[in-house]
Design a protein around this ligand. Structure first.
Ligand code: NDP
Ligand code: 8X3
Length: 254
């Protein structure tokens, strides 16, 4: 039986790849993002406005999220899967030099936007005794790195919020999964470096990074497990990424 799938951040990267992978059945897709042109293109590519509903939506805008959920067309009202994917990193500066606006944007998007979508879509899932929230966190939620400061902190929220949701939803039939990808080549680094394509390209240079399709296949796999199976947390990395040793500062005067 087809499912109704609500995807945030569907205009590029993981979100667009999720839209493509879930489009091949009886599913109904609700695709949201701030940029409307890529959503229209995706809707046309996936052929048929019957099965694909697009909503220009900034997840930071609580009232807009409320309106989007409240005014869904009849056929799209019973959401089975929410993919909380919209998010971003801005900058890699150390904490004492960072632009405070960038920190606020990450908190508003990665934390508060995800909170709004979850809180507004969950009641319907609980009432129907079925549903699945898939939260896109990051390896940055588990492993610190220089310049990761608020980005990693915001993803740690996503990871712990996902676990706490499972506690609240025990017995409701609603599943919660937290996906924690490492380095994946999407628009992510271009956004992080504010349009500097050269800098973004260097992140992936000489490596075989994860792709958006790798993440979409992972999301599809967790969603397609039998209803009794809840994949709690799933961390994945490119074969070309691993952990380093602890950093040690040595005094030059010592
Ligand atoms: P992209 O930059 O390609 O995609 C990010 C998506 O989020 C876009 O569709 C963008 O759409 C949307 N978005 C950003 N801000 C908002 C907002 N305020 N309201 C609505 N949508 C918004 O990056 P990825 O696909 O890589 O990122 C997807 C998620 O995966 C993010 O949460 C990211 O943190 C996470 N992630 C990425 C990794 C990577 O290495 N690429 C690794 C681990 C996690 P628009 O600009 O049109 O609004
Ligand atoms: C994206 C991966 O390592 O840039 O979440 O934080 S990383």
């Amino acid at each position: 039986m087809g499912q109704t799938i609500f995807i945030t951040g569907a205009s590029s990267g993981f979100g667009a790849a999720c839209a493509r992978i879930f489009a091949h059945s009886d599913n109904r897709l609700i695709l949201t993002a701030r940029r409307v042109d890529p959503l229209i293109q995706l809707q046309q590519e996936l052929s048929g406005t019957d099965e694909v509903h697009i909503i220009p939506l900034d997840v930071r805008d609580r009232e807009a999220v409320q309106g989007a959920v409240a005014h869904l067309p009849e056929a799209f009202r019973e959401i089975d899967v929410l993919i909380n994917n919209a998010g971003l990193a801005l900058g890699l500066e150390p904490a004492h030099q960072v632009d405070l606006d960038d920190w606020e944007t990450m908190v508003d998007t990665n934390i508060k936007g995800l909170m709004y979508c979850t809180r507004l879509i969950l009641p319907g899932m609980v009432a129907r005794s079925r549903g699945h929230i898939v939260n896109i966190s990051s390896t940055a939620s588990n492993w610190p790195y220089p310049g990761g400061n608020v980005y990693g902190g915001s993803k740690a929220f996503v990871t712990q919020f996902s676990r706490n949701l499972r506690c609240d939803l025990l017995g409701t039939g609603v599943r919660v999964t937290c996906i924690q990808p490492g380095m994946a080549e999407t628009e992510f680094s271009t956004v992080r470096f504010k349009g500097d394509g050269d800098k973004a390209g260097k992140v992936y240079e000489g490596t075989d990074p994860l792709t958006a399709e790798d993440i979409a296949e992972t999301v599809q796999w967790v969603v397609n497990r039998p209803a009794r199976v809840n994949i709690n947390t799933l961390e994945l990395m490119s074969i070309d990424q691993a952990w380093g040793p602890f950093a040690i500062h040595r005094s030059t005067n010592g």
